[in-house]
Design a binder for this molecule. Structure first.
Ligand code: MN
Length: 202
């Protein structure tokens, strides 16, 4: 992708942040991911409210939703997902502490990550771009904590940022699991939220 187009995509991300004060990625240049498959990441973020940021690689950026309760493995549990600004791809590697008085100040943990497939592409040749425009996204995740199909449905009016996310009925669905509560260490560093704050807060 040419630089101008990329820069426009992450403009909102960049204007919200002061990169002299935060160690988050600047998003200046487009970083390629190491895998030829599209990646996803879920970052646990203890900001003004604790939430889980669910991000999917689409056309060179991370499409992002803040999910207050986190993703469930139980198909009967619908979870609110508020779409937020697109993030640069290298944000998927960010774990640490965003200093006070900065946008999103607080601890960020890489709670889960892996690759995903666009289910609608395989079924009906519908791209992620079209899925996002239509307000219906179906992805098959291959993470360390979460796997299987998830569906995101846009519920607000056009232009509003409110979606719902839920587990699809498949062999990875499990109503007995509650990974948001029981699996609370980083998949990259095995650190707790407390440990990340203690080590990375300057
Ligand atoms: Mn967040």
């Amino acid at each position: 992708m040419e630089n101008k187009a990329y820069f426009d995509k992450v403009k909102k991300y960049r204007t919200k942040r002061n990169f002299e004060k935060t160690t988050e990625p600047k998003g200046k240049s487009q970083k390629k991911t190491k895998t030829d498959q599209s990646i996803f990441v879920i970052q646990k973020h203890d900001a003004s409210n604790i939430h889980f940021d669910f991000r999917l690689e689409v056309d060179g950026v991370l499409k992002s939703w803040a999910v207050p309760k986190g993703l469930s493995t139980d198909p009967s549990e619908k979870r609110l997902a508020m779409q937020t600004e697109d993030h640069p791809l290298d944000y998927a590697d960010f774990e640490g502490y965003i200093p006070e008085e900065n946008y999103g100040a607080g601890t960020v943990m890489i709670w889960d990550r892996g690759t995903y497939k666009n289910i609608r592409k395989e079924k009906d040749n519908i791209s992620m771009k079209t899925s996002l425009e239509e307000g219906k996204v179906e992805v098959w995740l291959k993470g360390e904590k979460l796997s299987g199909g998830y569906v995101l449905i846009h519920t607000g009016k056009r232009g509003e940022n409110q979606w719902l996310i839920k587990k699809m009925e498949d062999n990875q669905a499990d109503a007995r699991r509650n990974p948001v509560k029981t699996e609370n260490k980083s998949v990259v560093t095995n650190r707790s939220m407390h440990k990340i704050k203690e080590e990375d807060k300057k």
